[in-house]
Design a protein around this ligand. Structure first.
Ligand code: SF4
Length: 258
């Protein structure tokens, strides 16, 4: 098992996010070994602000060692304002193979749950079974944009296999946890020709599906001129599937265009 590259400290932890889904969030790891090539929005942001210089540097995670102490200080002040806390927007809470990060994530979730705060989790790693012992209000999600391992190795080189992600989330579902899947950024056929229907079938047991286009890659738009029509059709397919399977559905902004 790899260790994190090092430990760092921060001055604050809980903050309000401006993104479409999510209320408050915490990010207690700098960098992400998954190294997604979509490209990764978090990496692009850190690079723009000069905090990280290279892709190799981004893939070496540093854990914020005072995460739990900061939560102890901040939770009492903020808990009445918080509806939920999302883990994480700028790293992965269950980074594949990193047990120190996994432990910190579970400890942080338990701490927030014991203050009555619900957590939502999204990972491209393995959701540990232990999460089933946390609050049943929590929502556990995986990203799943394909079922093709060859493609996964290409675009999410350090992440867990699709099969292992699915097995882990299924276990939590069977233990009575709320589960969800993020199908984003969904690739256009010039990147991989695949069946969205098969992906939807593979996750038909979850409570919620979020579907979104590839937003921040110009190559995709120019490499696939039909992308608007493509995403309109795929979004419609997701909506129909969710409707017929009684699954909550959220189509990300700008995925459907007129
Ligand atoms: S898992 Fe998320 S944070 Fe990590 S590299 Fe991939 S997109 Fe970026």
């Amino acid at each position: 098992m790899p260790n994190v590259e090092g430990l760092i400290t921060r001055k604050s932890m809980l903050y309000k996010t401006g993104v479409e889904y999510g209320d408050y969030t915490i990010n207690y790891v700098q960098g992400c070994a998954h190294g997604c090539k979509y490209p990764c929005y978090a990496f692009a942001l850190k690079k723009r602000f000069g905090q990280i210089k290279t892709y190799d540097e981004w893939r070496k995670p540093y854990l914020v060692s005072n995460t739990l102490e900061l939560l102890d200080k901040e939770i009492p002040k903020l808990k009445n304002k918080i509806k939920s806390v999302h883990l994480c927007f700028t790293t992965d809470p269950f980074m594949y193979g990193y047990s120190q990060i996994e432990k910190m994530s579970i400890d942080a979730i338990k701490k927030m749950n014991s203050a009555g705060i619900k957590c939502t989790v999204l990972t491209k790693g393995i959701l540990p079974e232990e999460l089933a012992d946390c609050s049943k209000e929590n929502e556990y999600g995986i990203t799943l944009i394909s079922l093709d391992e060859e493609y996964r190795r290409q675009v999410e080189p350090g992440a867990a296999s699709y099969e292992d992600r699915l097995k882990a989330i299924k276990i939590l579902h069977e233990k009575g946890c709320k589960t969800w899947v993020s199908i984003e950024p969904y690739p256009t056929p010039n990147l991989i020709d695949q069946s969205l229907g098969e992906i939807l079938e593979a996750v038909s047991f979850v409570d919620k599906i979020i579907f979104g286009r590839t937003n921040y890659s110009k190559e995709v738009s120019s490499g696939y001129p039909e992308h608007k029509r493509f995403y309109n059709e795929k979004a419609e397919e997701v909506l129909l599937f969710c409707d017929s399977h009684n699954i909550d559905c959220h189509i990300k902004e700008k995925t459907i265009t007129k």
